[in-house]
Design a binder for this molecule. Sequence first.
Ligand code: MN
Length: 242
Amino acid sequence: MKDCIFISDLHLAAERPQIIKLFVDFTNEVAAGADALYILGDFLEYWLGDDDPTPALTPVFDSLIQLAEKHQTRIFFMHGNRDFLVGQQLAQRCHFEIIDDLYKIKLQGQDAVLMHGDTLCTDDIEYQKFRQVVRSGAWKQDILSKTLEQRIQIARNLREQSQQSTADKQEAIMDVNQDATDRVFIDNNVRLLIHGHTHRPAIHHKKVNAMDTTRIVLGDWFEHGSYLRINNTSDFKLQSYL
Ligand code: MN
């Protein structure tokens, strides 16, 4: 099989130029040598539509273009809860393929499932309701029909609300629900699940219906870079990128 790299939760934003630079270096030093790069959500801190110029992110997009064109690394992009307005225009510009949340893949000869991870946090009922609204085609169509200035204002309001409600929530609510993760293994008949979102990087082994399952939680890029590499011979190991 191929050499695959998995990342998520970089939360790239103009406000954190050092992480932008870290990602550009990462594409040259790590991702360039891989056959495929899977970005599993929250790659960008926010995205208001493909007409958003955000010049600070140009080096990020250029490095994706280079990765695909020069190094022939295939790039797969899953939406997160922050960058779900990334559309086909940006995908074409950056040469990535947008994949569904809950994406099946074969790794080391076995079926595996990739997710962003927010849908696993079912204890956060308020968030799940919010998600249902904003991820509907109607809501997306409505917001994308507004001017960029209007969208900036809406995003600012949503962010403030989210920060407020996050501050009020208990730690446990913000993590995945065990029944929800069990269901993913059972419903998809897989033993390996890779996701991000919770910013709690870890490799969890659990018996689910007598199946030995592995759930790999990718790390965020706030303190340093974090990635998972899987090829034929690799053990599962989360790696830091400094
Ligand atoms: Mn997320």
